[in-house]
Ligand binder design. Structure first.
Ligand SMILES: [Zn+2]
Length: 405
């Protein structure tokens, strides 16, 4: 069993669409390029203008509403038409390597955030959460016809965190219509080295140097709409398949790089530190519709907000460890324990930079940010850390050094 102790749930079958989508990417490149060029010409710099959050007003359906926030509907229709027509291959030379935003948003009117949020209190530490349902044109996400399932899952996660003194505030649920290739992505590269198994897992993570792929950076960064509080907002991004690369240390002294599909992937600071763009550091991908009745949402939020791997009380971080009781194990547990015996989970949660309280004048008092990129031992956590195992990586061997030097 691998012992890398990372933040994912791999309950989903590997029998999904990643490999078969490769051809579609090639075939549709020219069409996508045409759309991108069209977007550049039509929207100028408007598509990156930050905007304030727009919680759903829960009114009637608005149809296609947003491409880059401030674009009127007829442009959206033209955009969609260009995507269908394709062409303009000669323009590809002018297309920047990272795509511009070609996402069409529909608010999911059947879910009303105001109703879900009505029990929130200003004095209680709060996390803002926005949800995007990734889908392709003409193929709505499964939650569109089963919104109650999503609401129930969110409510369950909300209850789990309420028991630990933190409230979850839903900003919106939007459908994000994207190119089919965006729904299946390789999330990360592992660019560092594998640490020996006896090394403290969190020290080992630092040497593995997880990094978001260019593909994932583009997809996540394009779907998540720009806003001044992006870096302190959680985004639950529902896609079809997200693969995670990691060091498999099953065979001692022979670590192997592997990549597996994930049901949920939290992309937390203890793995990525500053190697994930700050604007989208709150992203969590989900690929299961039901997700264990909301426990999966809560578990992935735990990785992000508590900033720990799979661990609980006496159980040190491991890649897959099943057990009952703790939210951060595989199982049915929901406890976010406090104190040193609880591995400081509750205290770490309350220190998360994603939390704020609302003051009497309506402004927000945000928690302090990470001081060293958010690794497990970041000074932000002071003594709310557990030291175990071998805390230092072995020094690289030096060759041909004469004795006495
Ligand atoms: Zn996990």
């Amino acid at each position: 069993m691998p012992r890398t102790g990372v933040a994912h749930d791999s309950k989903q079958s590997a029998n999904v669409v990643a490999d078969s989508s490769a051809e579609a990417i090639t075939v549709n490149d020219k069409r996508l390029a045409a759309v991108r060029l069209f977007a550049r010409i039509s929207f100028g710099s408007h598509w990156l203008v930050p905007d304030k959050p727009r919680p759903s007003q829960c009114t009637g359906p608005k149809g296609y509403q947003v491409v880059a926030e401030d674009v009127s509907c007829w442009l959206v229709i033209l955009l969609t038409a260009s995507m269908l027509i394709g062409g303009a291959a000669a323009a590809e030379r002018e297309i920047p390597p990272v795509s511009t935003r070609t996402v069409v948003y529909h608010p999911l009117e059947t879910i009303c955030p105001e109703t879900i949020n009505r029990d929130l209190k200003g004095t209680v530490p709060t996390v803002d959460i926005a949800i995007y349902l990734g889908e392709t044109e003409g193929d709505p996400h499964g939650y569109v016809t089963a919104p109650d399932e999503l609401v129930q899952s969110f409510q369950r996660a909300k209850k789990i965190f309420a028991d630990a003194g933190v409230q979850l505030r839903l900003l919106w649920v939007k459908r994000a219509v994207v190119h089919a290739s965006w729904l299946a992505v390789q999330a990360n590269d592992v660019t560092g080295s594998a640490a020996p198994p006896e090394i403290n897992a969190y020290v080992g993570f630092r040497s593995a140097r997880w990094k978001l792929t260019a593909e994932a950076t583009n997809v996540f960064g394009s779907i998540i709409e720009p806003h001044s509080e992006n870096h302190r907002t959680i985004y639950l991004l529902y896609l079809k398949q997200v693969r995670m690369a990691y060091y498999d240390r099953t065979v001692k002294d022979r670590p192997q790089m592997k990549s597996i599909p994930t049901g949920g992937l939290s992309l937390p600071a203890y793995l990525f530190e500053t190697r994930i763009p700050r604007r989208i550091r709150g992203v969590i991908t989900l690929c299961q519709q039901r997700g264990n009745g909301g426990r999966t949402i809560a578990h992935e939020l735990g990785h992000k907000l508590i900033n720990v791997s799979h661990e609980y009380r006496q159980i040190s971080p491991q890649f897959e460890v099943r057990g009952e009781g703790g939210l951060m194990l595989y199982g049915g547990g929901t406890e976010i324990p406090a104190g040193q015996a609880g591995r400081w989970h509750q205290e770490r949660l309350h220190l998360s930079p994603f939390l704020y309280q609302t003051k009497e004048d309506g402004t927000r008092q945000w928690n302090a940010d990470y001081r060293q990129g958010g690794h497990y031992y970041d000074p932000l956590y002071a003594d709310k850390v557990i030291r175990f195992g071998v805390m230092k990586l072995p020094q690289p061997r030096k060759h041909n050094i004469p004795p006495g030097k």
